[in-house]
Write a protein that binds this ligand. Structure first.
Ligand SMILES: [Ca+2]
Ligand SMILES: [Ca+2]
Ligand SMILES: [Ca+2]
Ligand SMILES: [Ca+2]
Length: 309
């Protein structure tokens, strides 16, 4: 998940006038396995062009709006039990982490810092949240907190921008990207911030790391060839493989619950849209609505060992 380019931008484009669909009380509690949450602007108006949070079925059907705020709302992440969604929103002036029920009710403000708090992820047991915080001194580091926002603790302390944390399926390790060495690289560390190790060493920016459900592979994106493409590597950084893309950007990969597919966003058509493909890069298929701007997908139950409802 990327803060730099698509934090929750207000992008002009063709806008469909489809009314938002709402969940009925009967299915308000838990999102079904395979549901995809994302951000988009399909319901933008002249007064509010900022992105909102949506949910859709894994085949792209039934996109449903969950937020309606004046500021950008972006990068939703499903809780391991499918009942809550984390996301970042600028509704309070700068970016804060919020959580809400899977039907959009009960939004709870979890951070309240003067800088931007972004790109949160759940621990596999749902009890902790890792996120990026840009402090007033301009430095960005990885922080962890309890699921209710308490006990906010810094995990990294580098002069570089440490962003985009992703919690491992076994709960023990955290992936993130940092430019502490020059350009962005993928790093891994213990869940307490210990043992920080570099996994990539490329000329371009390596960002948006995502564990596969079994913890053995890592998807990420890199622009070493002049535009972003998706790569997959082993958990120790070996066997880095580029997935065939386009001269446009392919970014922000996230694995399907069974690890066989990867969703991502790309501006290849050329508006920014969500696509899905097999993990080897075959069968790349448009999922989201061509008439709007859609980005930052997350797939429900991407922690297979997590607590289930
Ligand atoms: Ca903030
Ligand atoms: Ca830092
Ligand atoms: Ca790099
Ligand atoms: Ca590309």
């Amino acid at each position: 998940m990327k803060f730099r380019r698509y934090a929750g931008v207000a992008v002009l484009g063709v806008v469909l006038a489809a009314p938002p669909v709402t969940f009925g009380p009967a299915n308000a509690g838990t999102l079904a396995k395979g549901t995809i949450v994302f951000a988009g602007n399909r319901d933008s108006t002249p007064d509010n062009k900022a992105s909102e949070i949506y949910v859709m079925n894994a085949d792209g059907s039934k996109p449903t709006r969950l937020t309606n705020s004046p500021g950008p709302d972006a990068f939703p992440v499903l809780s391991p039990n499918g009942k809550r969604i984390l996301w970042h929103t600028k509704r309070d002036g700068n970016f804060e982490i919020y959580s809400m029920n899977a039907d959009g009710t009960d939004p709870v403000n979890l951070t309240n810092a003067p800088g931007d708090d972004t790109n949160a992820d759940w621990s596999p047991n749902g009890k902790s949240i890792v996120f990026s915080r840009t402090r007033v001194d301009g430095n960005t580091d990885i922080y962890v907190m309890d699921a209710d926002g308490s006990n906010q603790t810094r995990l990294t302390d580098s002069p570089g921008a440490d962003r985009n944390p992703d919690w491992s399926p076994n709960g023990k390790r955290l992936l993130f990207n940092t430019d502490r060495d020059g350009n962005f690289e993928i790093y891994v560390m213990g869940a307490d911030g210990s043992d920080q190790r570099r996994l990539t060493n490329s000329a371009g920016d390596d960002t948006s790391p995502a564990w596969s459900p079994n913890g053995k592979r890592i998807a990420f994106d890199n622009n070493r060839d002049g535009n972003f493409d998706i790569y997959v590597m082993d958990a120790d950084g070996s066997d880095q493989t580029r997935i065939p893309g386009t001269p446009q950007n392919e970014e922000d990969p996230v694995w399907s619950p069974n690890g066989k597919q990867i969703a991502f966003h790309s501006n290849r058509i050329p508006t920014l849209q969500i696509f899905v493909m097999n993990a080897d890069g075959s069968d790349q298929t448009l999922l989201s609505d061509r008439g709007a701007f859609n980005f930052g997908p997350d797939w429900s139950f991407h922690h297979p060992k997590a607590l289930r409802p």
